[in-house]
Design a protein around this ligand. Sequence first.
Ligand SMILES: CC(C)(COP(=O)(O)OP(=O)(O)OC[C@H]1O[C@@H](n2cnc3c(N)ncnc32)[C@H](O)[C@@H]1OP(=O)(O)O)[C@@H](O)C(=O)NCCC(=O)NCCS
Length: 181
Amino acid sequence: MRDHLAVSPGLWLRRWSAIDARSVLTAFADPAMTWQARESIESLDAAERWVAVQSDQWASGAAFAFAVVDGEDTVLGNVTVSAVNRRHATGWVSYWTTQSARGQGVASGACRALARWTFDDVGLFRLELGHRVNNPASCRVALAAGFVSEGIERQKLEYDGMRYDVERHARLATDEEPVLS
Ligand SMILES: CC(C)(COP(=O)(O)OP(=O)(O)OC[C@H]1O[C@@H](n2cnc3c(N)ncnc32)[C@H](O)[C@@H]1OP(=O)(O)O)[C@@H](O)C(=O)NCCC(=O)NCCS
């Protein structure tokens, strides 16, 4: 199973490492990241724990998280396949990018590469993801990475006392590779 992948010139996926904790802390300082981790990441300790969890989950096969990095190994984001279910060959995809890396195709390219890797190296068949309907950028990323919309899950998530509709997308191993725009 490869743990270092080329996405496009100057863009790579590699496993998270303990040296990335400070980059993780910086990434989570962005208010848009508030709901992207189970535990709030407001200290270096919490960021170190987050990295350690990614490593443990990789080792157990429960989830596979990659840091998205540029040619200088600067962290630009994260893509993960979690909820890996070997019985049904399914997984759940999620992603985030750092504030300064956004709007350059980083999440779309990384998500596309993650999906290909998950089909080829892990052997999963169906990948799902979901985004709040008020997160159009995430929807664009899903579509660019070949995840077809499968409809709206009404009021699926609750954050800060407010419920949100979620759009479900999925990509199958047999779907055509998305065309790069
Ligand atoms: C969503 C997120 C991952 C996108 O990352 P990114 O690296 O900027 O994504 P890309 O550059 O690959 O693509 C962004 C797309 O969203 C579009 N976009 C950006 N902001 C948008 C907005 N407010 N409304 C509509 N589209 C928007 C861009 O135009 C682009 O679409 P295009 O390729 O068709 O032009 C990033 O904004 C993020 O990390 N947000 C916080 C965490 C998060 O929401 N994660 C997803 C949870 S489901």
